[in-house]
Design a protein around this ligand. Sequence first.
Ligand code: HEC
Length: 203
Amino acid sequence: MKTLKIASLLLSGSLLFAYCSTPSGSEPKVYSGEQAQTLKNKGSEAALKAQQRLLKTVKGAMAEKGVAGALSYCNLEALGLKAKLGEEMGVEIARRSARYRNPKDAPENEFEEQLLAAYEQAQKEGKDLNSQIFESETHYIYYQPISIPNAACLKCHGKPGQDIADADVQKLAELYPEDKAQNYKLGDFRGAWRIQWAKNLQE
Ligand code: HEC
């Protein structure tokens, strides 16, 4: 029986997760030390940079090559973004989504499944979604929710045949046979940035 449990509760507008770690102690738990704000700042700086560079790359590719030509650019590996930025900032950058397009972005464990489900639920209830900082024995792990901010995203993540052109629906089916990342609407919870780094890198 797993003891892993994430309860989400709302306290003055912020989403909190209580987490009981398993006996092995290897799963992340909410970081409750004094450095919380500093750690969150580090995570959010990396997420912001990744997001800005990703958007610029996708926008540029869409303008130059159209939607179908840009399909391989909403991707952290595009143009070495993940490696470059990760090295620059000393962090590992990833995205996680329960309704993912690329299976490598699926939740990696039950902890992430529950975290994403709690965010999704909070979004449905119209609550604010906040970033969270966790720690494992070896790493700090920062999660920052991603929502669908504008209609440009819907050209590839919206309703097939309506937001997503038929030709692009077909291309997506070829590239991503397991695609779950369609039928999103503006404002929907889409997933989360996950920024993690080794604790011994933090002064
Ligand atoms: C040109 C098409 C296109 C546009 C525009 C686009 N995406 Fe994507 N998106 C994709 C593709 C293709 C993937 C899968 C990338 C991969 O293989 O890693 C993806 C993956 C993602 C992921 C990672 C999780 C997953 O499903 O694999 C997130 C989060 C995401 N997109 C959010 C957005 C948001 C938010 C916007 C608007 C700001 C946006 N996308 C705009 C095509 C697009």
